[in-house]
Design a protein around this ligand. Structure first.
Ligand code: F6R
Length: 615
């Protein structure tokens, strides 16, 4: 939700800021803007245009500034917006200026008390140029400024409630930036004779891999030569520099038309990165895990919480953990769990899943359950993210940066780690024997190959997509793990192609949704869960009898469904419990090609953003 970048150094700032925004565009793309200080003046340029294949706010901003070349100055801030307060227009775009032109600010998050602050400022004569919550920050800075930049920042921040990562530049303090973090991500980048801040490391790695993670409430003063971090009371804080492992190559398209396709194709490697370091011979080993065997034996309930696709990965995990560990597992959407007065005991394990590690609802649900005594295990991709830092233990995905808004390798690596945890916990609890354990570990070792084979055996998925790209309504059906996978297959399709698609447990269809099945309606039927194959076949017959066209998703070599299907997507043969990755990969490809056929903006679907840091 919004991306911010700041730079101060010897080089011209605007081209660097634009490059940073390009890497953060996945966080929001309703508008883009920058503010650069030069010789005691601040220049602001903004753009807000809808994303099309040819244009975007950032492309327009780049054009307006001639690639940044026509904005002089070596110190500035920039922003890419996902609109919350106020429509996506030029005037609502960041940066926002104070009336006296001294301050420009960029903001990611929500200032919850902005209505009161705005009223107070208006009464004092400050004029607002936007409908945003963020603009109050610029006017508060002006109100509190008496020549001391730091003091004005502290007084301003003391008035704010809510979530905010702020970047601030002041015309009277050339070369100096302030960065503030409260419940929204913000990372500092330490270079040589130049320093940066950004919402995410991907915007920094082409300049420096040395980063400083700010804690909530901390703020920093950046000049070309120094970074000083302060606690909320203004006292200096000693911070460690961490070295990021990602490089520029991993954050670029590498010859693919879209990040999403690149990330789909990267999955075998990403899964390998997630599992290999945790396999020692034929043993699953979680190094540095504070959860002891005794703790694991003691668990009497697991709650998995997450949002969107991450929760659907959790749905796969639920079936597998329950089957192997015999522990009741519920998957709770974080936005619901946080307000549900959850029942937690010291025997509850909370598994929190988040690719970005910044999702506001997931973070809040975690905090709620942890406060009530749950032990928290995170499955998180972004190292050092807010959620990761709150967990008792973290299994990092190590999937590398995921740039496309629709998750692919994030999801499959989450599933792989849930598998590993399920098998590990089952062994500790003695609910599987040595032989079953060895079979499960072999199935996990085969996951990278499974993901690769899922691509290899579906060379015609683009042709299949071409056949169905113009459907208005699509149903995904499945049972058990197939149902869990169908949730993800359906979400992938709807979010990037804008076709209406719903997933149902196949047995539930006749309790209502079957009323929507009529001539030509596409039903994607997942029939890989062998134990329930016959039941699925009956459900397929029911929809066919009502005129539906059926795209079956079936294991390679299994031809039992062919007589009832119009088309088939093939899934690599796998252990019954560990086949979800091989099933979802062709569905990701199907969604990708349907969206491409429809000319959609695949990496940046409309209305979405990668990192949902607002409620
Ligand atoms: C869909 C998608 C979202 C995310 C959800 C949670 O493709 O990416 O549904 O899964 O917003 O995000 P994280 O995993 O970052 O918490």
């Amino acid at each position: 939700m919004c991306g911010i970048v700041g730079f101060t150094g010897a080089e011209q700032a605007a081209p660097i800021l634009l490059e940073g925004l390009r890497r953060l565009e996945y966080r929001g793309y309703d508008s883009a803007g920058l503010a650069v200080e030069n010789g005691g003046r601040i220049t602001v340029v903004k753009a807000s245009v809808p994303v099309t294949k040819e244009d975007s706010s950032l492309i327009t901003l780049t054009r307006r500034t001639d690639d940044g070349k026509n904005v002089p100055g070596t110190c500035g801030i920039s922003h890419t917006r996902w609109a919350t307060h106020g429509a996506p227009t030029d005037y609502n775009s960041h940066p926002h200026m104070s009336c006296d032109g001294r301050f420009a600010i960029v903001h990611n998050g929500i200032i919850e008390n902005y209505v009161t602050l705005r009223q107070e400022l208006v009464e004092k004569g400050y004029e607002f140029a936007s409908e945003t919550d963020s603009e109050v920050v610029a006017h508060l800075l002006e109100m509190y400024y008496e020549g001391d930049f730091k003091a004005a920042v502290m007084k301003t921040v003391a008035r704010l409630e809510g979530a905010y990562a702020l970047g601030i530049v002041c015309s009277e303090h050339p070369g100096t930036l302030y960065a503030v973090r409260m419940a929204s991500p913000l990372i500092l980048g330490a270079g040589k004779g130049e320093n940066f801040f950004a919402s995410d490391v991907t915007a920094l790695v082409s300049h420096t891999r040395n980063v400083i993670y700010l804690e909530d409430g901390e703020f920093a003063c950046l000049t070309p030569e120094s970074i000083t971090v302060y606690a909320p009371d203004g006292a200096e804080v000693e911070k460690q520099i961490s070295v990021v492992e990602w490089d520029v190559e991993t954050a670029s398209k590498g010859g693919y038309e879209h990040f999403m396709l690149k990330e789909i194709m990267e999955q075998p490697k990403a899964i390998k990165n997630a599992i290999d370091p945790r396999l020692k011979g034929s043993e699953i080993v979680f190094e540095d895990m504070s959860l002891t065997d005794e703790d694991i034996k003691n668990i009497d309930r697991i709650i998995i919480t997450a949002c969107g696709s991450a929760s659907y990965a959790g749905q796969v995990g639920r079936y597998v953990i329950e089957k192997l560990c015999r522990i009741p597992v519920s998957v709770e959407l974080a936005s619901e769990l946080r307000y549900s007065d959850p029942i937690i005991t010291d025997r509850t394990l909370l598994i929190v899943i988040s690719q970005s590690g910044e999702t506001a609802d997931t973070k809040a649900a975690l905090e709620e359950c942890k406060a009530r005594g749950a032990k928290v295990l995170g499955i998180i991709n972004v190292v050092g993210s807010s959620i990761a830092r709150l967990c008792n233990d973290v299994l990092y995905n190590w999937a590398g940066p995921e740039i496309a808004v629709a998750t692919t390798k994030g999801y499959t690596t989450q599933v792989a780690l849930l598998y590993m945890f399920a098998v590990y916990a089952a062994k500790v609890r003695g609910t599987i024997d040595r032989e079953e354990y060895a079979t499960c570990v072999d199935a996990i070792k085969a996951l990278p190959e499974q993901a690769q084979r899922a691509v290899d055996i579906n060379p015609d998925v683009a042709k299949t997509a071409k056949k169905y790209y113009d459907q208005e309504h699509i149903f995904f059906i499945g049972r058990n793990i197939d149902y869990a996978v169908s949730l993800e297959g359906s979400l992938k399709l709807k979010e990037i192609s804008y076709l209406h698609s719903e997933a149902y447990p196949a047995g539930e269809l006749k309790h209502g949704p079957i009323a929507l099945i009529n001539d030509g309606r596409l039903v994607v039927a997942l029939c890989c869960y062998d134990e329930l194959f016959d039941k699925m076949l009956s459900n397929i017959k029911e929809v066919r009898a009502r005129g539906a066209r059926v795209l079956a998703v079936a294991a390679e070599g299994d031809d039992r469904v062919l007589s009832e299907a119009d088309d088939v997507i093939r899934v690599p043969a796998a252990h019954e419990l560990f086949g979800a990755i091989g099933e979802v990969v062709p569905l990701q490809l199907f969604a990708y090609y349907v969206a491409r056929e429809n000319g959609c903006s695949i990496d940046k679907p409309k209305n979405l953003a990668k990192s949902v840091t607002v409620e």
